[in-house]
Structures are given as structure tokens and as C-alpha cells.
Design a protein around this ligand. Structure first.
Ligand SMILES: Nc1ncnc2c1ncn2[C@@H]1O[C@H](COP(=O)(O)OP(=O)(O)OP(=O)(O)O)[C@@H](O)[C@H]1O
Length: 261
């Protein structure tokens, strides 16, 4: 571990991208001069047209691909190092649960892989299943659950490693509207209870972005750049009544207008 890796507490930004370019090996210029400065306890959404590079930003932050140019620091560390330290966890649209394992075993899997003793794993699984409202389903198999419940298990599994950074790539994209809205509210509640956690959230849905976020990053069509960063200073906790406020409509208009530029 380098000296800078030990100095997490004095790092102002939890996620820092400085002038990052990403050109894939086939010549596709996915990102051009992307700079991001994201702090502890933020909830940041990325919106933009299909193919603008939202997932590429996530892959770079996760250390799953390397930037062609520019610098990336995650809590003062390289992305690969931050991932190894379990500082980040992921939730995708596809819940990726193992069908033959119970809800509890699915949630404990990443902890088993890290060598956590069984008693601790069980305690952690109980904690996160309570957080997502599924403590009575710990012995159920994934096929017995609805789409929304599977997504809750997937979120619980991510939270079990107590990540400082939660990356969610269109997690609610495949869910019906009612379930989606319920999970949005639950996610906000969890984010507020898991104090200090920063969430990065990809969505195509402007309403979802404005409901959830402290800031919305609007990206341009490929090659992806940050067209605008829009702060959503509406207070938390937010609930359904926020949807009906003039501020909500105004932020939705602002983000939608930025997307059209
Ligand atoms: N491994 C790869 N090799 C070559 N090109 C790639 C690769 N991965 C992504 N791309 C291209 O890079 C661009 C950005 O892709 P990316 O998946 O990051 O966009 P996105 O905004 O997440 O898209 P969507 O909203 O459709 O999920 C796209 O044109 C995509 O085809």
C-alpha cells in the first residue's frame, strides 16, 4: 500500500476522474475529457443517450478497464486497489443471483469469498436482509421471489460488504413502474441509514434521477462528455410528495433540456 493509499481521510474527493479519455481497441472513442469530483455521501445519477459511455465510466471506476488518458483515484487509491479493498460494490439490472442458493446464501457469498467467519456472515446477512425488508425470506430460493424482491436481495448482497461506494447500473430498468417507485424510496432510505455511503446510479429515467440524486451528471452522445452537472438541492428525506412539488418539475425540465443540447 502506498503512502497516499493510507491518507483516505484527508482526500476531499471519493471519486476523482481528471481529463479521462477512453478509446476501445476497435477505435471507438467512448469518453472524451471526462472530469468528475464526487464526495462522501453524495447520490450521483448519470443520464444520457444510449451508448454515451455511462457504463464505461463505471467500468473505469471499478478498475475493469483502463483509461486511455487521464487519471482516476478512488478514495485516494487506484480503482483496482479500491476494488480489492472491497471499498465498492455493484448492482446491475440483472440481479445475478445463484438460482440454487437461498437468499441468505446469495447475500453471504461475497463475504464467504473474503473469508469472513460464518457467525459474522450470518449476522451481516441478517442486518442487510432486515434493511431491505426481506428477513422473513432468508431461506427462500430466488425463483420463489418477484422481480422487485430479487432486486432487493441483489442490493442486500452489495450492502453486506459495507461498501463506501455503491455503483448501480440501471438497477430498476426492468421493473414495473410501481415496484420501481417503491424501490427508489427504499433505496433513499437505505442510503440515509448507511451513513457516508456514496451512490453512483445510471438511469435513462430523468424523473428517477431527479427524485434520487444530490447531483445529476448529464452526458452527451458519443463520444461521452459531461454536458452539465445539475445540483438537486431539495432536502432529504424525500418522499412521494416531492414528485408533486414545483421544484421537482423544474429540475426535471432542467435535466431534460440539458439532455437535448
Ligand atoms: N469493449 C468494448 N469494445 C468496443 N466498444 C465498446 C466496448 N464497450 C463499449 N463500447 C462502445 O463504447 C460506447 C459507450 O458504451 P457504454 O456501454 O459505456 O455506453 P452506455 O451509455 O452505458 O450505453 P447504454 O445506455 O446503451 O447502456 C458505445 O458506442 C459502445 O458500443
Amino acid at each position: 500500500m502506498s503512502e497516499s493509499d493510507n491518507n483516505i481521510s484527508i482526500m476531499a474527493d471519493w471519486v476523482q476522474l481528471n481529463h479521462v479519455n477512453k478509446v476501445y481497441s476497435n477505435g471507438t472513442v467512448a469518453l472524451q475529457d471526462v472530469s468528475l469530483h464526487i464526495k462522501e455521501n453524495e447520490f450521483i445519477s448519470f443520464v444520457g443517450p444510449s451508448g454515451c459511455g455511462k457504463s464505461t465510466v463505471f467500468k473505469l471506476i471499478a478498475g475493469l478497464t483502463e483509461a486511455t488518458d487521464g487519471d482516476i483515484r478512488i478514495m485516494g487509491m487506484s480503482p483496482a486497489h479500491a476494488r480489492k479493498q472491497s471499498e465498492m460494490a455493484f448492482v446491475f439490472q440483472d440481479h445475478t443471483l445463484l438460482p440454487w442458493c437461498s437468499v441468505e446464501d446469495n447475500v453471504m457469498l461475497p463475504l464467504s469469498l473474503r473469508g469472513m467467519p460464518k457467525k459474522q456472515r450470518l449476522e451481516e446477512a441478517a442486518r442487510v436482509l432486515e434493511l431491505v425488508g426481506l428477513k422473513d425470506y432468508k431461506k427462500a430460493l430466488p425463483r420463489m421471489l418477484s422481480g422487485g424482491m430479487k432486486m432487493r436481495v441483489s442490493i442486500a448482497r452489495a450492502l453486506a460488504s459495507r461498501p463506501k461506494l455503491l455503483l448501480m447500473d440501471e438497477p430498476f430498468g426492468a421493473l414495473d413502474e410501481i415496484t420501481r417507485q417503491t424501490l427508489q424510496q427504499e433505496l433513499l432510505d437505505i442510503w440515509q441509514r448507511e451513513k457516508g455511503m456514496t451512490v453512483l446510479f445510471v438511469t435513462h429515467n430523468v424523473f428517477e434521477a431527479v427524485f434520487l440524486s444530490t447531483r445529476v451528471m448529464v452526458m452527451t452522445p458519443r463520444p461521452g462528455k459531461i454536458a452539465e452537472e445539475i445540483s438537486i438541492p431539495f432536502a432529504f428525506p424525500r418522499d412521494d410528495s416531492y414528485h408533486a412539488t414545483p421544484e421537482f418539475s423544474e429540475y426535471v425540465r432542467e435535466v431534460s433540456a440539458a439532455l437535448k443540447h
